[in-house]
Design a protein around this ligand. Structure first.
Ligand code: IPM
Ligand code: MN
Length: 353
């Protein structure tokens, strides 16, 4: 297969983990004889510094004309500490989502053998957790009408029926491929937008008779996620709730540095770690490259290259098993592996496989 990949390293630890992500894609492409080409684009604080725009037109064009985007992270302390900043790196991420029509954000929440003890939850609670959260990504309060003056401010949680239908369709389809259990998370006891979500979901249920659907208020869902995370198979929710719940989900696994995500929609799909740019760790060779590497696995799987994805997952599992781990998950007294060393080990495993 021929694949043109747009590479967006962004800020903070982004470039370091991206180097490893790209190396893994190259190793897999070589192994399976795919012709993969890479072209780098700027985004985030890096792009603000260079051209004054966190998602410049040239980066958009590059993404649009590629088969997939491999993204790392954006964000920089200079902007976090300055509430008056007119342009922010995160606006680049939102612009990318909107312009590429990335309405479906797929965030898996799973545990890794040997890492369960790293979870803030008790072993017996977290053991076996394996679900995906499907977060609507281009609607709701993030993009609804906003207003702010010194006395009042509002954000509008707008959702249209087609927006709800298309994300629910993705969710039902995922449920069909998994354990056929879908949880629709909303706040229908209070919010009109949630009531429409629930109404549309109920209307769609008969099209997927094999899927068991339940409805859960978001406050309850946040509780269930830490009480009985194994309850969930596929969860679907609106943009803001999904943002909050997926942060909760990402820490269940034991390290945020392990979880990848995919964002798909009407144009080029984007694959990126769930974690952010961790500017404090920039250049220190301590960031975990696994989330970026597993994002590359999701990229291959998106194109139905299942063996390729499985090969990456196997290599990552082997690295974890053999304690080839970055500091935040290293076992006590274990050898030191940095971002580069973990990446190189995984590449080597794939080459020899
Ligand atoms: C995420 C992030 C973004 C979001 C920020 C950086 C705008 O938290 O991808 O979850 O809120 O969507
Ligand atoms: Mn978030």
């Amino acid at each position: 297969m021929k694949l043109k990949i747009a590479v967006l390293p962004g800020d903070g630890i982004g470039p370091e983990i991206m180097e490893q992500g790209v190396a893994v894609v190259k190793a897999v492409a070589e192994k399976f004889s795919h012709e993969v080409s890479f072209e780098e684009g700027i985004c985030g604080a890096d792009a603000i510094d260079k051209v004054g725009d966190p998602f410049p037109e040239q980066t958009y064009e590059l993404c649009k004309n590629s088969d997939a985007v491999l993204f790392a992270a954006v964000g920089d302390l200079r902007f976090d500490n300055d509430p008056t900043a007119k342009v922010r790196p995160e606006q680049g991420l939102l612009a990318m989502r909107k312009k590429l029509g990335l309405f479906a954000n797929i965030r898996p929440v799973q545990t890794f053998p040997g890492l369960v003890h790293k979870s803030p939850l008790k072993d017996e609670i977290v053991q076996g957790t394996d679900f995906i959260c499907i977060r609507e990504l281009t609607g709701g309060m993030y993009f609804g009408e906003k207003y702010q003056d010194n006395e009042k401010a509002y954000d509008t949680n707008f959702y249209s029926r087609p927006e709800i239908e298309r994300i629910l369709k993705v969710a039902f389809q995922y449920a069909m491929q998994r354990n056929r259990h879908l949880t629709v998370v909303d706040k229908a006891n209070v919010l009109a937008s949630s009531r429409l979500w629930r109404q549309v979901a109920k209307e769609m249920e008969p099209q997927y008779p094999e899927v068991k659907v339940d409805y859960m208020f978001v406050d309850n869902a946040s509780m269930r996620m830490i009480q009985t995370p194994t309850f969930f198979d596929v969860m679907v929710t609106e943009n803001t709730f999904g943002d909050i719940l997926t942060d909760e989900g990402s820490c269940i696994s034991g390290s945020m540095g392990l979880l990848p995500s995919a964002s798909t929609g009407t144009s080029t799909p984007v694959f990126e770690p769930v974690h952010g740019s961790w500017p404090q760790a920039k250049g220190q060779n301590i960031a975990n490259p696994v989330a970026e590497i597993l994002s590359a696995a999701m990229l291959f799987e998106y194109f139905n290259l299942k063996e390729e994805g499985a090969m990456i997952r196997k290599a990552v599992a082997a690295s974890l098993e053999q304690n080839v781990r970055t500091p935040e998950i290293q076992v006590e007294g274990g050898a030191h592996y940095g971002t580069r060393e973990v990446g190189a080990w995984i590449v080597d495993f794939i080459r020899k496989a």
